[in-house]
Design a protein around this ligand. Sequence first.
Ligand SMILES: [Zn+2]
Length: 99
Amino acid sequence: MTSADRPGVTASQAGRSAAAAPGEHAPVSPDWTCGSCGADWPCEVKRDRLLSEYGTDRAMLSVYLGSCLAAAAEDLGARGSTTLQERFFGWLPPRPKKE
Ligand SMILES: [Zn+2]
């Protein structure tokens, strides 16, 4: 188990500004585009970050993405929920198999 090697984003850093900080690649509701690069969230940079942030903890990442998906579905009026699901989960690389 790897433990404390996540990039150091602390609660105080995250809460410093209500708006998305530059380079943060945070979602902007109600459109759920990236606040930094304007792409559909999660954008490529954010995907990379999520993967390295959560590492092997794929369950926690799924919980996080699931809550984002739920919020996005609400904001976007559940416009094509299958598409949304694809957008939030479709980019995840296959889970490494453990035997
Ligand atoms: Zn971005």
